[in-house]
Design a protein around this ligand. Structure first.
Ligand code: ANZ
Length: 857
């Protein structure tokens, strides 16, 4: 390829020049099914916000790009794709304000992101670009939803959700921060709405298990484990004094402490509470229940951390192991959604119970004696049982098993496993998301449809509305895509339904249950058995949906028959490496794993885990060491850096800042240094006149020392890239360049090789100099250099010879030379010999590997 005609390192000319060549020749195209080994390196695709690329994007993207280019040079068929996670609230808010379709705002943002990403010279295969809002894409998101639906993994439920009056939508827990919406910071409240929920809890065990098979940062694995929150324990039945109320079932992880239970606590919303409450306590209990109802679980946990509160119901339960009468309380530190919503409180051995007991003067008898003999309370650690007739002296672990077994034998308890993981709230009352391919129909119509269809779930999904049971009828797969209808206004209906509820001709339909064809209900019912009357689902899917499977679409993005063809899936499998921010450690990665496991169980993907190896790039802080933010004015805009220093400098700098995984502050001085390094290499290759530097020649050879550094560099750069240590690879190239600078003459081949090693990091400059140095083809096509292990071993060393402390000469000697060898060499050395000849050697001082002093007299 032809280089530019710059006489100087004019990156503003050089970079667009090579980018346009890549645009035309498409050298980064990945081939489905080549005979080369495959390497799939995946970036977390960006949400194309109006603000443009953040500096954190090119950090991770540069790292993966270097690897993609390096692996290509090593002979791999590399898949390195990019796309857009483009549904989401901001485009919708923009649409509400401007009245323009969210799609147009989204496309503008994508255009800007694409421009910025292309300006960085990333070697993406642009033919595989995906956009989650593209109907050709979300048709398959809908298809995957239908698979979940058919498997009974999707259902509807009336749920208290976070309702934000300002945004007129519900929010997921993770979108609410301190009682305010994450987007916009508006106040939120609780409201009950019909919601789609995905049964991710059915996969709790598999999601936990699978973590054993993946190469992920430990901290991320631990966060997923904590999120899934597996607890082994027992459910125990306590009789209530008022036998008419039945039994009280509690969940405990510590059945060994049963003899230490001095009171019970129910979640305030526990259904037994009204029955248990005595008249004298009713007013107080009611007030407490009301106060709790307005709090989220998260608030309850953090409020409870501040100070425990609770109210006595006036009733008692009976401890099944000793018949003790224990008072029943309600308190908001017990959550209805976990375990059974009721606990036995053991204040001597549980922190929360202890605090509560102190406050309300409840007894705290000890039932575990600490192994170390300490007697501070609460004691939550290990020990032996005391005050537990029949079990005293047993180690707590053994007691746990024995008591559980004894309870089970009596039919009043059993060992159970609980998970913190909750089912996934999967609907939003928004326009700018994937519509659900679901139509609500009455019982008769559903029964008629069921005769024509084989793809309905075993258990129909139903919902009772105003006393009528509605049935969720899925569109047949063949009827997908379900498009988003055009709307007049992007404001939600205000009742909690999305703007889709405002489009009557789309909403109320005659549906052909067999084909999925629809006619507005305002028109006469078409003739035929298959036509049923229905109302479409108005919820849309959350943004997580599109990002749950995009890595599969990249394998076969044009496929109109299926989400990805079997050949493509078999050839590429799953990404070999996934790089992205640690902020996705839980939700995105858990949701995507869940969908992948469902697809695996359906037999449509060949691997059980989607992300074999995961790496998180560290956050880049502002120059002031604080998180970059608009309000602090410490945000770095990639466009500005590219204009001033070039994309190659930015890429190199992002990698040179520190280890990829480290959190590190931006440093404008560092960028100058990296830029100088690139200029220096330019100068070594190109003279002031823009022609090859006169020191460059085919005949020149490197001096032995530099030749050794050359081999060290090839070795280190390769090893560092394999281990994702980009910063140290760059340091080594800097060392090598310094050595080259000192050479009397520069072999052209050595410079070509340098350009080639630099090319993954600084691809524009790498290609430009490769071309100017007369390299064949392109730097990226050339086979990656190999080092000669023999050259790495220093086989000679230089020894300084002194006679009576005076420098008399030096010599290159084999590294293995002993002191005796050196004395002999010195005595024969032409410059040393005259000073020692005929004199007695009294003593020698040898500084190993450096200096030999002969003391003669
Ligand atoms: C008695 C006991 C004695 C407990 C003891 C702990 C220590 P994890 O590990 O989180 O599963 N618990 C059970 N259900 C609860 C709920 N719905 N809300 C709040 N707390 C609940 O914790 C399980 C323990 O948390 C259970 O074991 C129970 O207290 C409490 F020395 O039972 B434990």
């Amino acid at each position: 390829m032809k280089p530019t005609d710059c006489t100087d390192y004019d990156f503003l000319k050089i970079e667009p020049h090579w980018q346009s060549i890549w645009e035309q020749t498409r050298p980064f195209r990945a081939e489905n099914g080549s005979s080369k080994p495959k390497y799939y390196v995946l970036d977390m695709f960006p949400y194309p916000s109006g603000a443009g690329l953040h500096i954190g994007h090119p950090e991770g993207y540069t790292a993966t790009d270097i690897l993609a280019r390096y692996k290509r040079a090593k002979g791999f068929n590399v898949l390195h794709p990019i796309g857009w996670d483009a549904f989401g609230l901001p485009a919708e808010q923009h649409a509400v304000k401007t009245g323009t379709h969210p799609a147009s705002n989204t496309q503008n943002n994508i255009t800007n992101f694409r421009r910025q990403i292309k300006a960085l010279g990333f070697s993406y295969d642009w033919e595989r670009e995906v956009d989650t809002t593209d109907p050709k894409y979300f048709r398959w998101t809908q298809w995957i939803f239908l698979q979940l639906f058919k498997k009974g993994l999707a259902y509807v439920d009336e749920r208290p959700v976070w309702w934000c009056p300002e945004l007129r939508t519900v929010l997921a827990n993770e979108e609410v921060i301190d009682g305010k919406s994450e987007v916009g910071g508006f106040p939120v409240e609780r409201k009950n709405l019909r919601q789609w929920v995905l049964r991710i809890t059915a996969y709790a065990e598999q999601l936990l298990d699978g973590l054993k098979d993946v190469d992920w940062p430990d901290s991320t694995k631990r966060m997923q484990e904590a999120w899934i929150g597996r607890s082994e324990g027992a459910e125990v039945l306590f009789k209530l004094e008022d036998a008419a109320l039945g039994d009280l079932k509690i969940f405990t992880t510590r059945p060994d402490t049963l003899f230490g239970c001095t009171y019970m606590v129910l979640a305030p919303e526990h259904p037994l509470v009204p029955g248990l409450t005595k008249d004298a306590q009713r007013a107080e209990v009611e007030a407490y229940r009301k106060a709790t109802a307005s709090k989220s679980d998260v608030d309850r946990m953090s409020d409870a951390a501040k100070e425990k509160t609770g109210v006595f119901t006036g009733s008692y339960a009976i401890n099944p192991v000793n018949g003790a009468r224990v008072p029943v309380w309600i308190a908001d530190y017990v959550l209805m959604g976990y375990g059974t919503g009721a606990i036995m409180a053991v204040p001597a051995h549980d922190e929360r119970d202890y605090e509560f007991a102190q406050k309300y003067h409840l007894p705290t008898p000890r039932v575990i004696a600490a192994t170390d003999g300490s007697d501070t309370l609460p004691h939550t650690g290990d020990g032996k049982l005391i005050n537990s007739p029949g079990y005293d002296g047993l180690n707590w672990e053994d007691a746990k098993k024995k008591i559980t077994a004894d309870l089970a034998a009596k039919g009043i308890g059993k060992g159970t496993v609980n998970y913190k993981l909750r089912d996934w709230l999967f609907s939003r009352q928004r326009y700018w998301g994937e519509p659900f391919p679901i139509v609500w129909v009455g019982a008769d119509d559903y029964a008629r449809a069921a005769k024509l269809r084989r793809d309905l779930p075993t258990q129909p999904v139903t919902f009772v509305e105003n006393g009528t049971t509605l049935f969720a009828l899925p569109l047949p797969e063949t009827a997908l895509l379900l498009q988003l209808p055009d709307v007049q206004s992007y404001l939600p209906s205000g009742t909690g339904e999305s703007p889709l509820a405002n489009v009557p001709e789309w909403l109320e339909i005659w549906l052909n249950a067999e084909t999925g064809a629809a006619v507005p209900a305002s028109q006469p019912k078409p003739a035929g058995e298959a036509w049923v009357r229905g109302r479409r689902e108005t919820n849309t899917m959350p943004q997580w949906a599109g990002s749950c499977w995009y890595y599969l679409r990249y394998l076969d993005p044009q496929n109109a028959q299926t989400f990805a063809g079997q050949d493509a899936l078999n050839y590429w499998g799953v990404p070999d490496l996934y790089v992205g921010g640690a902020e996705h450690a839980v939700l995105h990665l858990l949701y995507a794993r869940f969908w992948h496991k469902v697809l695996f169980d359906l037999g449509v993907v060949p691997q059980a885990e989607p992300f074999k190896k995961l790496f998180h790039q560290g956050i880049i802080l502002g120059e002031d060491g604080v998180k970059m933010s608009k309000s602090r004015g410490n945000v770095v805009n990639p466009d500005d850096i590219i204009r001033t220093y070039g994309a190659d400098t930015l890429r190199l700098y992002l990698m040179f800042l520190g280890p990829l995984e480290a959190m590190k502050p931006w440093n404008p001085k560092g960028i100058e240094g990296v830029h100088r390094f690139l200029r220096k290499f330019w100068r070594e290759c190109i003279g002031e006149d823009g022609k090859l530097n006169s020191r460059v020649s085919d005949a020149a050879a490197l001096t032995a020392d530099t030749e050794k550094i050359r081999h060290e560099t090839i070795k280190k750069v390769g090893e560092d890239l394999d281990a994702m240590r980009f910063n140290t690879a760059i340091s080594q190239m800097m060392i090598y360049l310094n050595a080259l600078q000192k050479e009397p003459a520069l072999p052209r081949a050595a410079l070509l090789e340098f350009a080639q090693m630099l090319a993954p990091f600084a691809p524009h400059l790498g290609e430009e100099l490769w071309s100017r140095l007369g390299g064949t083809g392109t730097a990226m096509e050339a086979t990656w250099p190999r080092f000669d292990a023999a050259k790495l071993v220093a086989d000679a060393m230089t020894i300084v010879f002194q006679v009576n402390g005076k420098h008399r000469g030096d010599a290159q000697v084999p590294v293995a030379s002993s002191e005796a060898d050196l004395i002999k060499i010195a005595q024969e050395h032409p410059k040393v010999a005259p000073h020692v000849a005929g004199k007695a050697l009294k003593r020698t001082i040898y500084v190993k590997g450096k200096l030999l002093n002969l003391l003669v007299g």
